[in-house]
Design a protein around this ligand. Sequence first.
Ligand code: GDP
Ligand code: MN
Length: 377
Amino acid sequence: MKIHEYQAKDLFSSYGIPVKKYILCHGANEAVTAYDELITDLVVVKAQVLTGGRGKAGGVKLAKNKDETLHHAKNILALTIKDYPVTKIILSESVDIKSEYYVSFIIDRNSKSVVLMMSTEGGMEIEEVAAETPEKIHKFVIDPLIGMPDYLARKYAFVMFDNPAYVNQMAAILQKLYKLFIDTDASLAEINPLVVTGEEELLAVDAKMTFDDNALYRQPDILSLFEPTEDEKVEAYAKEKGFSFVHLDGKIGCMVNGAGLAMATMDMIKLYGGTPANFLDIGGSSNPNKVIDAMKLLLKDPKVKVVLINIFGGITRCDDVASGLLTAFEQLNTDIPVIVRLTGTNEKEGRNMLRGTRFKVAETMGEATRMAVDASK
Ligand code: GDP
Ligand code: MN
């Protein structure tokens, strides 16, 4: 689970990691009002979206006065950054930045440990640093039984700084960030950039945290920060209905019983030159309500041009499935083409019930897939 910068900064603050005051705003006029509440004239307007690279996308701007604040707030609120529309911004006291550093704790699968990553080359180009000069990124595996005691924090702080004043501040930040990481079952806690200010202070200018989804059951405070994206809302609906669902980007909505058959269906669609809109395993049974819920789920996606229903009737008989489909579609208001492939127990009876209705009936998987791919074009 991801959270916004402002939410991560609240966590930083509560653990004593220094950050500048910010005010969260949902509109440009709110930002103008917020301007008066900050003590500095120079402020920074920042998009709050669940993705990085905001600076490069024009989502971070300095403003010297109210006019500039209004101007940048309006522009930033009109942006969409990597598919995330900006709906809120923060206004923060600007920092006089002398130099930018990178520091993070991350779960590393290779060492099966928490790893501390640090670089003196922090800021917006950190990806390039990692790709071109990886030796400039220092990595230290943290022993879970030792954690981050004073002596280790100082040792790591010295990797970054010579000046004892900075080392002391850095060591404290490392200990606090590590404690926050462990306490919240985080999978990433990142400060990029951590900066040295004109007043010789270390400060987190950005804050990024992600959390282990499997630990959220014991992290109610973290879970309360969850803001689902549109995709995640759809996935939550699917989960609530007991479906196994993954949204993809194609045009053919798939409704299948069984995970293996659902995978095979997607493979066939690709083979015939089409694109699946989703993976959906609705499980067994011919319950019409299930079909209705599944169709509602598929029709939420405006890209879906055709629906392919691929059912293997084993314990559930195909004639039951067919009557479930007929009942379900009496209640559904859609004229989207629906192709049905039924196989297994009583398949002939099932197919006969569907012939001459709104459904297009196929006998084999290949035939059904070809019909779906044609209809999607
Ligand atoms: P990101 O691009 O999404 O990682 O957003 P950041 O919060 O890291 O901001 C990007 C860059 O904007 C930073 O690396 C800084 O160089 C710059 N920046 C952010 N806040 C301030 C500020 O308060 N003052 C100054 N001078 N620059 C800032
Ligand atoms: Mn950043």
